[in-house]
Design a protein around this ligand. Structure first.
Ligand code: GUN
Ligand code: ZN
Length: 439
């Protein structure tokens, strides 16, 4: 066992209400499979007698908080952050596809994987759900690096067999066509990686326009065959994209309905954006227990629109925050939480509401874990929270990381004031250390 004495932030009730213990003790023990889990959490005064023999690191002036969960990010897009375009479709064509084609080179993938995983960890992200590229070795490179580093990662081979440049479509192999080969590759990557340490697999059709019906059908069949594998894709991000989907799938009730039709809506299905939804779509998300990866920096940067937090809560489906790098502009969860606040304000001001800092923090930790199906409704958690039995993924925050933060946080009278200071002024400088359960 080992323990840390510090200020502690966590969500004891499994809801968007945080607890801050000024003098806390976090006790970890080794799980059977070798990684660290939380054994106890609470006030030092109440716990230290019981754990008196456990070596304890004292971190005065710091805050220990759950590691962040990034619900949607693109491994091959770190280098195209900040590439301006009129909107999603020209951005894909002019920047994204050419950059992703560079991952055809395995050495490029391997070098990029190292930098990508390091950047996540440096920013306090301990669980990430990521797109790789349409090249199977990009998944190999990313997973190998995450496995070695101890990051919890869910990723998948991008399925795209039409409506994109030839150089990026899934390759065919011998007598096997591209569609069939991409599904075989997906299956063998699932067998190789899903459940290896903390690596998970996500069946990853890029978005409906770049997959044939046969590929979407095959993806849905794999999703039924492997029910605890994740699914990830994009939906209802941009108006031109939605019009395109309507042309390609004229019989579908809505864009999201395309995925439902092909068996791609279920628990552990994560859809990025979910902006231009109606209540029919929202109910579909809720009824299938799917989760939305809300990506506010991306939506603001690409001018895609504003996620409707009020609508999501009214109908009641799960969602969490995501960077969506490289449409998104930052790996930092602080930047994402701040952008979510702006987006929330846009939608809620009419009703006199705004997102609370505790709710924003929850959306990027335990709430995101819940959307992934890794946290229950009653506080039990695998990721994103520091409750008994959860993976010991946490960050050590330095609220004095900059002179202004030091002044602001010293003057904070309430938990909301403290969290708001960190959300508005924080970035990677606040993350003093990232502790991963598997190291
Ligand atoms: N839709 C299809 N591909 C992408 C992508 O790479 N990024 C975003 N933001 N949307 C997409
Ligand atoms: Zn994306």
């Amino acid at each position: 066992m080992k323990a840390f004495r510090s200020r502690l932030l966590w969500f004891p009730h499994g809801a968007a209400q945080a607890c801050l213990e000024d003098d806390g003790l976090l006790v970890l023990e080794r799980h059977g499979c070798g990684h660290w889990v939380v054994r106890a959490v609470g006030a030092w005064q109440a716990l230290h007698g019981q754990f008196a023999d456990v070596p304890t690191e004292h971190l005065p002036g710091r805050i220990i908080a759950p590691g962040f969960v990034d619900l949607h990010i693109h491994f091959p897009q770190a280098n195209i952050i900040g590439s301006p375009a009129d909107g999603l479709l020209p951005w894909l064509e002019n920047y994204t596809f050419p950059e992703e084609s560079r991952y055809a080179d395995p050495a490029y993938s391997t070098r990029a994987a190292e930098a990508f995983v390091d950047e996540l960890v440096r920013n306090g992200v301990t669980t990430a759900v990521a797109f790789a590229t349409s090249h199977p070795h990009s998944v190999q490179a990313l997973n190998a690096r995450a496995f070695e580093r101890g990051l919890r990662l869910v990723s998948g081979l991008v399925l795209m067999d039409r409506n994109a440049p030839d150089y990026l479509l899934n390759p065919s192999s011998g007598a096997v066509g591209a569609t069939e080969q991409s599904l075989r590759d997906t299956e063998s990557l699932i067998q190789q990686w899903h459940g290896k340490g903390r690596i998970g697999y996500a069946i990853t059709p890029r978005f409906a326009p770049t997959s044939s019906e046969a590929q979407l059908r095959g993806a849905g069949e794999l999703a039924a065959q492997f029910p605890d594998v994740w699914i990830q894709s994009h939906v209802s991000e941009n108006r031109d994209e939605i019009a395109w989907v309507r042309e390609l799938f004229p019989k579908a009730h809505s864009y999201l309905g395309v995925y439902e039709h092909f068996g791609l809506m279920r628990r552990r299905a994560l859809y990025a954006h979910c902006i231009h939804f109606d209540d029919y779509d929202r109910a579909m998300m809720r009824d299938h227990h799917a989760g939305a990866a809300v990506s506010p920096t991306s939506n603001l940067f690409l001018g895609s629109g504003f996620f409707d937090f009020v609508g999501a809560d009214r109908v009641g489906f799960h969602y969490g925050l995501a960077s969506d790098v490289g449409g998104g502009t930052s790996f930092s969860p602080f930047h994402t939480m701040l952008a979510a606040y702006y987006v929330g304000r846009e939608g809620m001001t009419k009703q006199g509401l705004s997102l609370s800092p505790q709710h924003l923090w929850w959306q990027h930790t335990a709430g995101a874990g819940q959307a992934m199906g890794l946290c229950g409704d009653n506080g039990e958690a695998v990721v994103g929270n520091l409750v008994e039995g959860a993976d010991a993924d946490f960050v050590v925050l330095n609220p004095q990381a900059t002179p202004l933060l030091a002044r602001k946080t010293a003057g904070a009278q309430t938990l909301d004031e403290l969290l708001f200071s960190l959300i508005v002024l924080g970035d990677d400088r606040v993350i003093e250390r990232t502790h991963l359960a598997s190291v």
